[in-house]
Design a protein around this ligand. Sequence first.
Ligand SMILES: NC(=O)c1ccc[n+]([C@@H]2O[C@H](COP(=O)([O-])OP(=O)(O)OC[C@H]3O[C@@H](n4cnc5c(N)ncnc54)[C@H](OP(=O)(O)O)[C@@H]3O)[C@@H](O)[C@H]2O)c1
Length: 216
Amino acid sequence: MNVLIFGASGSAGGSVLRACFSSSAVKEVRAITRRPLRFTHKKLRVFIHDDYLDYAPVEEAFTNVDACLFCLGISATQVSGEEYRRITHDFTLAAARTLLLHSPNATFHFISGKGTNLNSHFMWARVKAETERDLISLVNAVCWRPAFIDGESSNSSPRLYRILRPALRLLKPFRSLYVNGQDLGRAMLRATGENIRGRIIENAEIRDLANHFPRM
Ligand SMILES: NC(=O)c1ccc[n+]([C@@H]2O[C@H](COP(=O)([O-])OP(=O)(O)OC[C@H]3O[C@@H](n4cnc5c(N)ncnc54)[C@H](OP(=O)(O)O)[C@@H]3O)[C@@H](O)[C@H]2O)c1
């Protein structure tokens, strides 16, 4: 399959990308990113891009795609509420609309997160829930709700999160609280292969899906 990935320079996206590299099911990975990645790979094509509301300059990346793995995102602690909505909802929906135009049968995978809820007291949880709802009504979407993602090191994640990461790894035995980042990628690839669409998938099920995906 051909895969399009967003957020490959981040913690979750970096791990999802590695899962793509090691999967024989993936032929090519196209990464849309605002800065060069720290590594290269024979399957990887990088498209440097800066306007995440208009993908016209990189529309080639959206053609003949089987899955879009949307791992771009930001913590609500890092930006204003308005900017959080723009990045979380508007960037994502703009990518989904472009995908629909160029690869209408592709699956769009979106990482929301545990606690996502339209009626939440937390702004981030409502914005993520609205994004899930809008995606599912627009494209063949799968919305992933991981708890702690044990992913690659990332310069963009909040400092406190980077400090807490070793402690959060203690959550590994708890199926609803921890997922390995590459397992999240394997689960996305498996869901694509099995035509799973229009669904929200919580942490424990992510681990189940990954367990049944071939590692090479
Ligand atoms: N990490 C977790 O435990 C966890 C758990 C549940 C859900 N999630 C969700 O998973 C997603 C990814 O999280 P993460 O931990 O991987 O975050 P991260 O390490 O901070 O990575 C974020 C990625 O998004 C890109 N990005 C952020 N703002 C951008 C902007 N304005 N324009 C273009 N690119 C932008 C970053 O690019 P640069 O490298 O260029 O900054 C980076 O590639 C988020 O939506 C988060 O809510 C994460």
